[in-house]
Design a protein around this ligand. Structure first.
Ligand code: FPP
Length: 250
């Protein structure tokens, strides 16, 4: 059953990003292992993916594992990677039934080969689906994404150098549009709404370029306790914001 919060269906965010925080604290409060918190966090992720899909939200980016998360213990890192792999294998039917497309953002170079393979297969398998696109941010860092985009842009320029003088060359060749073209998924629109759970008020290297004009929503609730109603409440708040993109008040 859909949550009771009333939403304006004609003004939904096209792209929502979520920093799913609080798995560890949830487990700690329940005197359980941190890994149990991640298991619960995964269940919540599936619930929120389904709710976003039912709302016909076009894009949802989930911050699963950052370029900084490698600092965690080998046991926790291994557990999260295993969870992602198992999830992609076990839930393919769920994604198919809901016509959800899986995509990846982040540096595949630093990920274990079996995870890269699983991500590639899930992406291939769901490529033709026209429903919600779920972008899994894995080995993702906003700064790293920008550095990789700059490298990609420079590499393409070296392949096809332009003929104008050096100043023109720099100004014409390096601009926002071209940098964007070299991000992981240039076809995906910028996030309209970025949510962070568990009472932290930080961006933690998430969608730095793309989130320039996102609306931010912070929730005190730990991610494993998040419900469809919390997603609706976040969207309802978004719908009350006045977005000006740097323009003046009308
Ligand atoms: C933050 O909690 C969460 C993570 C580091 C990511 C783990 C996310 C999942 C297991 C969900 C994966 C979803 C899909 C669809 C594959 P934390 O450990 O930082 O919590 P804490 O700040 O309370 O310690």
């Amino acid at each position: 059953m859909a949550p009771s919060v009333a939403l304006d269906r004609s003004y939904l965010p096209r792209h929502i990003g979520i920093i799913m925080d609080g798995n560890g604290r949830w487990a700690q409060r329940k005197k359980q292992l941190r890994t149990q918190g991640h298991l619960e966090g995964l269940k919540t992720a599936k619930k929120i993916v389904k709710a976003a899909s039912d709302l016909h939200i076009p894009f949802l980016t989930l911050y699963v594992f950052s370029t900084e998360n490698w600092k965690r213990t080998a046991e926790e890192v291994g557990f999260i990677m295993g969870l992602v792999k198992q999830h992609l294998k076990a839930e393919l039917d769920f994604y198919r039934e809901n016509r959800i497309r899986i995509r990846h953002t982040g540096d595949p170079g630093g990920l274990p080969a079996d995870i890269v393979r699983e991500l590639r297969e899930a992406s291939e398998d769901t490529r033709s689906f026209d429903g919600l696109q779920v972008i899994l941010a894995l080995n993702y860092g906003g700064r790293d994404a920008i550095v990789r985009a700059v490298r990609g842009l420079l590499a393409s320029l070296m392949d096809a150098p332009e003929t104008a003088g050096p100043t023109d060359f720099i100004e014409n060749s390096i601009n926002e549009a071209r940098l964007r073209q070299n991000l992981d998924n240039p076809d995906i629109p910028d996030p309209d709404l970025i949510i962070r759970t568990a009472g932290e008020y930080r961006i933690s290297n998430f969608l730095l370029w793309e989130g320039a004009y996102a609306e931010y929503y912070f929730s005190d609730i730990l991610w494993p306790d998040w419900t469809e109603g919390d997603l609706y409440a976040a969207i309802a708040t978004y719908q009350q914001r006045e977005r000006r993109f740097g323009g003046g008040k009308p």
